[in-house]
Design a protein around this ligand. Sequence first.
Ligand code: C5P
Length: 472
Amino acid sequence: MASITIRNLDETTKQALRERAAHNGHSMEEEARLLLGQAELASEPIEVATSPTPANLSSTNFDASLDGKRILLIISGGIAAYKSLDLIRRLRERGAEVRVIMTEAAQAFITPLSVGALTGDTVFTELLDRNTEHDVGHIRLSREADLIVIAPATANLMAKMAGGLANDLASTTLLATNKPVLIAPAMNPKMWNHPATRRNHRTLLSDGIGFIGPNAGEMAESGEAGFGRMAEPMEIVGAIQAMIGEIEGPKPLSGMRAIVTSGPTHEPIDPVRYIANRSSGKQGHAIAGALAKAGAEVILISGPVNISDPKGCEIIKVQTAREMQKMVETALPADIGVFVAAVADWRTVKSADEKLKKKDGKGPSSLKLTENPDILKGIGHHKLRPKLVVGFAAETEQIEKYGKAKLKRKNADWIVANDVSPETGVMGGDDNSVKLISKEGVETWPKLTKQQVAERLVERMVAFFDVETIEI
Ligand code: C5P
């Protein structure tokens, strides 16, 4: 790819580009390329891709209390480690309890003694420490926290996390945790922009890890500047407050149980071939995650997908429609059932035990197919039918008509109908344009990301159960 040179950018525009690039985890050149590409494609306004960074610093109240909040701070090696001392002080001023793990490299920059003096607690450094393993250990360290913060986070620690490595106390604790994690990276700009770090950053973002920074500026190394400076302690405090606020946000569906199906199913033809479709699972997984965030207990029954599991859900992985049906029925009773999976309509009557052979020159084998069970229809008419049953209707034509027919036939409360003709890019893509069909009528939603569709749908569910409660 040819490189691009943009001349005569004024300082303000340059700075804005720099900030956008850092926010999206791109180099300035990548960001400029993206903007140019979007400008060419879009007649609509350009949208800044937002990462799941928790910090909305402009709306953060820095004085908000962190009273009794348990922060596990992991300090890895880097000159920015000295700023972590200030971070500890500021967190404690706001009432947080701070426990610290230091990597070996971190101890070359600051000492456990000075850290311990600020936290008033033991500083943990060893994975296999006879004294602490009996008593605290990495599992307890990872669980007895409301939030884990890594500041500074080196490229090495990010790489270990992205690869799932666990060879010291910090990385083992991070692999063992079920708590939210916030990373404040600090490294040389060349390391931050290296393709390997870009890849790891993307992986961690898609694993649901929060990021604050890095900021642009001068590096400790003389003559080096760019993105790589650790965010300032107060910025990290702001991000922590925003993330804690999110964890403790309203849970309107708490006490409710939801079953969600997602992804395609694979119906075997022989040991190596199967019938499938292009469903990515993105919409179903987003709905499961949004339900969990709203406090519901979520059982996600997913066919084979290549995306990461949404947070806070129990995940059951299946291959075929019949396995999916069995798992859905086992998961009953539930208050909510959302059937997003693109279940294969047919399977072979019997899958071959050995790989089917080509019949040289005699044309292809024919497959004898039989219909798969309709899971949604079965649940819509089940004696343990959830109070709210939602189906999806992926159509390539006459969306509304087929959606309405499905609502009736499957005894669903809502059908979310969408156009999956190839030109829409919905199948496997990140966006969706849907119609919400219910007995009350049809609503056409604007084009939204699958994440936004999930959030809107969950808002509707909250409203549905609010009304139900009032009627009782
Ligand atoms: O009949 P159709 O496949 O178009 O219906 C789509 C809806 O029905 C989706 O909600 C899908 O999850 C569900 N479905 C199902 N079991 C099937 C086929 C579809 O649950 N065998």
